[in-house]
Design a protein around this ligand. Structure first.
Ligand code: ADP
Ligand code: MG
Length: 677
């Protein structure tokens, strides 16, 4: 087998320990390593003096090594290497941990550009674990990688060099010369090398463009192939004349005109020979569940089962309650199946599903497991809340032949983007909210105003209302718990003293989360301090305050989503955004958030300000993870990729030609499963 697809330990210098570190960040093979693209670049030309370095930040300083000390073994397994260096005016201590290897290359008297975090203590300034290049080095632009503990940039660079060498000994290319010429793309080998070892900012751009194009192309090909597959006929064609007027009249509200339109579009899809493949987009609270219930009722009247899949147990339970409330009076049986049920409960429910006792089954992904057999599953609805991915969608499609599919999403996506990324779906939009909703006032303030903001929160609490406080998810998931816990402890001692406060975070079991949510729902808890787990559509009409800490860390669409948790009842609601980031971009975003509650408008603004790359980078779009398209992507590149995908498929509809084999493998790799054929 080619060395490229073997484990990283096949490269000289990579042992078990290092391979394990790579494994931790999802790198198994040498090829994975090469596809570990830099998250950004650093230009060593941007350097400062020791004195002007910003403490506690990454800085680049041009330094001459004055003296090196001997590496010291401090605690078990910790080796500290220190050296004193100077920029000509000031001294600074260089500290490296467990990296004797990188340390030994530093020579006394030599000059280097060093990039690392600068700190200050009693003895003066320190720069820790810097990345460095010798001043004579021509490559001033150096990649910065996503790392893990024990893995340094220097190690990755050294390993990458060997990986690229291995790759160049067996070169390959996925695109024909014609395509590359037509879309002005560099060769794959050149791009793979330059992305890691650029010789100029220009070459980074060109390499990124090529690699991003590849990624977008695979995405488009995958979408188009899925769409093609879903055009096969369905055995669940329903009867146009099915009468559900009584059911619609029985709903506790008059449908909005968008809800009516969406329902009609869905029903007309259900009555065709090809399976429905539709996206129902609508803001939080726009009433998608009611539309889903209409589709379920229609199917049930046709003797066909439906499944509604929710991303969390909380939400599944909520949908179960809503749907059974609506549908039971009409003789439609709704069942619930979630992962946290006991094996015994599960097997009983599975039996009833197989016997057709339930017309509608609500649950988490447990309902698409292999062991769940349906009597006649003809409609599958996923309440995506942007948590499910394309590949889950196609997994569902395989259940019980070719059922109709409806995906509900609360992420308003600009139409241009939606057409491209949901290329496999038809789209229905609920743009208006039901009448009578009180608009949510949004205020953006700095941390200085926090106490005043909490005064406002307490006023609401004292009137019997409830509040959410959201802390951002921390990147390394270990500290998420810490961040939200210490925040809560603080708040309970000060601003929220005397109130019932509970925590909700991703480290809790589904069962714990459900209990916390239940207590909040029942009004036993005044304030829920949480990470973004709450984003998923929980419905607590008595909650009227959404306070978001570090609002700069959230995208506008995400804030919009969070804000949708309040304003669901008859009370005035407010959203408070706290941020100390006063950059132009952040201020502008806060302004937009305070001035509109229209989700589609917000997403258009998001797209305008940050480009589609931000959308890809967010990882909440339900698409396969993008390695590079988020860094270098614009609408033109997306259009090019789409155009190119159409050309390729018109020549080779199922990617069966030998020249497309590697492309096909990449598409399968991206979607994590065989979506072709
Ligand atoms: P979504 O799933 O789109 O976020 P839901 O279906 O949960 O929204 O609806 C939000 C709330 O609005 C629910 O309490 C629901 O009963 C109510 N609702 C739905 N449609 C209407 C309507 N046409 N008029 C008034 N209230 C509605
Ligand atoms: Mg919902």
């Amino acid at each position: 087998m080619s060395i490229l697809f073997g484990g990283t330990e096949n490269l000289s210098g990579i042992g078990k320990v290092r391979a394990e570190k790579y494994h931790k960040i999802g790198i198994e093979s040498v090829y994975d390593l090469i596809c570990h693209f830099p998250k950004k670049y650093f230009d060593f030309h941007n350097n400062v003096s020791v004195q002007n370095a910003v403490v506690n930040e990454q800085n680049c300083i041009k330094l001459k090594i004055v003296s090196k000390s001997k590496p010291q073994a401090v605690r078990n397994k910790l080796v500290v290497c220190k050296a004193v260096a100077t920029d000509g005016t000031d001294n600074i201590t260089i500290v490296m941990y467990n990296n004797v290897y990188a340390f030994q290359y530093l020579r006394e008297g030599n000059q280097y550009y060093m990039y690392g975090k600068v700190t200050e203590n009693f003895y003066g300034r320190e720069i820790s674990s810097p990345t460095y290049i010798h001043v004579s080095e021509k490559n001033f632009i150096q990649p910065i990688y996503r790392l893990t503990q024990g893995l340094t940039v220097n190690m990755v660079r050294a390993d990458m060099k060997k990986a690229i060498l291995a790759m160049k000994s067996e070169p390959f290319e996925t695109l024909s010369d014609d395509i590359r010429r037509k879309y002005f793309l560099n060769s794959l080998m050149w791009s793979m090398e330059k992305i890691h070892f650029p010789d100029s900012a220009e070459s980074v751009e060109q390499a990124r463009r090529r690699l991003a194009f590849d990624e977008l192309l695979r995405l488009q090909l995958g979408m188009m192939l899925m769409r093609k597959r879903s055009k096969r006929s369905t055995s669940f064609r329903m009867d146009k004349s099915t009468d559900i007027d009584d059911f619609i009249k029985s709903l506790p509200f008059e449908l909005t005109s968008d809800q009516k339109k969406a329902s009609l579009e869905i029903i007309s899809d259900l009555c065709r020979d090809v399976p429905m493949n539709r996206l129902l987009q609508g803001d939080v609270g726009s009433g998608k569940t009611a539309v889903a219930s209409i589709a379920c009722c229609f199917s049930a009247k046709n003797g066909i089962q439906s499944a509604l899949m929710a991303p969390t147990e909380i939400l599944a339970l909520q949908h179960y309650k809503t749907l059974s409330g609506f549908l039971k009076p009409f003789g439609v049986n709704v069942g619930l199946l979630t992962g946290s049920m006991t094996p015994k409960q599960k097997s009983l429910i599975r039996q009833d599903i197989a016997d057709g006792k339930y017309d509608v089954i609500v649950g988490t992904h447990a309902i698409i497991q292999k062991d769940v057999e349906y009597k006649s599953l003809g409609l599958v609805i996923t309440d995506e809340q942007h948590r499910f991915g394309v590949s889950q969608r196609s997994a569902l499609a395989e259940k019980g032949g070719t059922p109709h599919k409806l995906v509900m999403s609360a992420t308003p996506i600009p139409r241009t983007l939606a057409l491209m990324i949901y290329g496999d779906l038809d789209i229905s939009i609920i743009a208006q909210l039901p009448a009578g909703r009180k608009p949510i006032k949004t205020y953006a303030v700095t941390g200085k105003m926090r106490h005043r903001a909490f005064n406002f929160v307490r006023q609401h609490l004292d009137e019997g209302r409830q509040a959410y406080v959201v802390c951002p998810m921390i990147e390394e998931s270990e500290s998420e718990l810490f961040a939200v816990k210490s925040y809560a402890e603080n708040a309970v001692r000060s601003d929220l003293k005397g109130y019932n406060v509970e925590l909700l975070h991703g480290k809790m079991s589904a069962h714990e989360k459900e209990e916390v949510m239940q207590r909040f729902h029942d009004g036993e808890t005044d304030v829920l301090i949480c990470t973004t787990v709450v984003e998923v559509g929980v419905d607590v009409p008595n909650a009227t305050i959404m306070l978001i800490e570090n609002a700069e860390r959230f995208g506008m669409s995400q804030i919009h989503q969070l804000r949708g948790r309040v304003g669901r009842g008859q009370f005035e609601s407010a959203c408070i955004l706290i941020t100390d980031n006063l950059s132009d971009e952040c201020v502008r975003r806060m302004k937009i958030m305070s001035s509109t509650t229209d989700g589609f408008k917000i997403s258009e603004e998001d797209l305008k300000m940050r480009g589609p790359g931000d959308f890809f980078g967010n990882a909440q779009h339900g698409l396969p993870p993008m390695k590079i398209a988020d860094l270098s992507c614009n609408i033109e590149l997306m259009n090019d990729a789409k155009q190119c995908a159409m050309e390729i498929l018109s020549d080779d509809p199922l990617l069966e030609k030998p020249c497309n084999t590697s492309l096909k493998m990449e598409v399968i790799r991206l979607f994590d499963k065989d979506i072709i054929g």
